[in-house]
Structures are given as structure tokens and as C-alpha cells.
Design a protein around this ligand. Structure first.
Ligand code: PRP
Ligand code: MG
Length: 172
């Protein structure tokens, strides 16, 4: 399937999680075997060839990070929400619209000098991806890029990640 047809399966759900917000739902894309393959292949096309590890952001980033790792022989490291990991190497807070959240890097997962791509489904404000980059870099690794399926340009994530290699399959 062509990427453009795969992305046509993206569903817009109005008023979720709050009135006035349009939720961009990848579920129908991932549920279609041909669309899933088109999206994962396209993500891979933009990943820097030096990359050794995919750092996938909980939770929707996991759905993309694992097939990339399996398909192209990257290691896969989950960047997790708090309280899930038995052994935490580092943690980084980030802002949500209301309050703050945190990502945790598991112990003994990323080694200094490794080349790591950050993968997630959506780039919105960029707060989540920025925290992910911070964790990977503080571990002494090199972020080769931030790869997402969908970028919501009005929310300024790309500007927030200025200086990094950001790639999105679709920008709205
Ligand atoms: C969503 C999305 C990205 C993040 C983008 O995840 O999957 O991870 O928000 O937002 P930002 O660019 O403004 O930081 P969410 O935190 O809703 O959790 P989920 O993936 O576990 O559903
Ligand atoms: Mg997410």
C-alpha cells in the first residue's frame, strides 16, 4: 500500500479527550496490515543509517518502535511512564496542559556513544519528545533523530526540538 493511502485511514475524533480537541487516532492505520507495513517502512526510510537503537515512548510509540527494531535490527528501549520499571537509570519531567508528567529510562539499556532514534506516534507540543531526547543524551548517547507518524504543526513541537533532525510522515 502507498503511504498516502495508509495515512488516509487516520481517524479524527472530535471532542476527545476534551471538548474542542480533535484526537488523531492511528488505530485504523495500525489495524490494517498493509497500512501498518507502509507506515513502518516509511519511518525506517527517514532513520539515519548510523542508528543502532530505537527509543520508543510509552505507550503509543511502542507500537512503532518494536516493528522497526525487529525489521531493521535495532535494539528497542522503552522510555516509560513512572512506576513501571524495576530499575531506573534516569528520569525527566515534562509539561502537560494541566500538570506535569515524567519519562523514565531503564537501567543498562542505552550505552554512551550509541546512536539512538526517538520514535513516537504524534509530535504535538514536543514536550514528550524533548524529555526523551534529554534522557538519551544524558546517558551519553547520540540522538540521530526524532521520528513520528504525525506532526501537529500548530503546537510547535518542531520549533521546540530545534537543531534536531525531526521527521514526520504527515504534518497537519
Ligand atoms: C501523546 C502522543 C505523544 C504525546 C505528544 O501521548 O502519543 O506521545 O502525547 O504530545 P506532546 O508532543 O505535546 O508532548 P500520551 O501522553 O497521550 O500517552 P499515550 O501514548 O500513552 O497514549
Ligand atoms: Mg504517547
Amino acid at each position: 500500500m502507498k503511504l498516502e493511502n495508509a495515512l488516509k485511514l487516520l481517524r479524527e475524533v472530535p471532542d476527545f479527550p476534551r471538548p474542542g480537541v480533535v484526537f488523531r487516532d492511528l488505530t485504523p492505520v495500525l489495524a490494517d496490515p498493509d497500512a501498518l507495513r507502509a507506515v513502518v517502512d516509511a519511518l525506517q526510510d527517514d532513520i539515519h543509517p548510523d542508528t543502532q537503537v530505537v527509543a520508543a515512548i510509552e505507550s503509543r510509540g511502542f507500537l512503532l518502535g518494536a516493528p522497526l527494531g525487529y525489521g531493521w535490527r535495532y535494539g528497542v528501549v522503552p522510555l516509560r511512564k513512572p512506576g513501571k520499571l524495576p530499575s531506573v537509570a534516569d528520569r525527566e519531567p515534562y509539561e502537560l496542559e494541566y500538570g506535569t508528567a515524567e519519562l523514565e529510562l531503564p537501567s543498562e539499556a542505552i550505552r554512551p556513544g550509541q546512536h539512538v532514534v526517538i520514535v513516537d506516534d504524534v509530535l504535538a507540543t514536543g514536550g514528550t519528545a524533548e524529555a526523551a531526547c534529554t534522557l538519551v543524551e544524558r546517558a551519553g548517547a547520540i540522538v540521530t533523530g526524532v521520528s513520528v507518524v504525525l506532526e501537529i504543526t500548530a503546537l510547535g513541537g518542531r520549533e521546540r526540538l530545534a537543531g534536531r533532525n525531526v521527521s514526520a510522515l504527515l504534518a497537519v
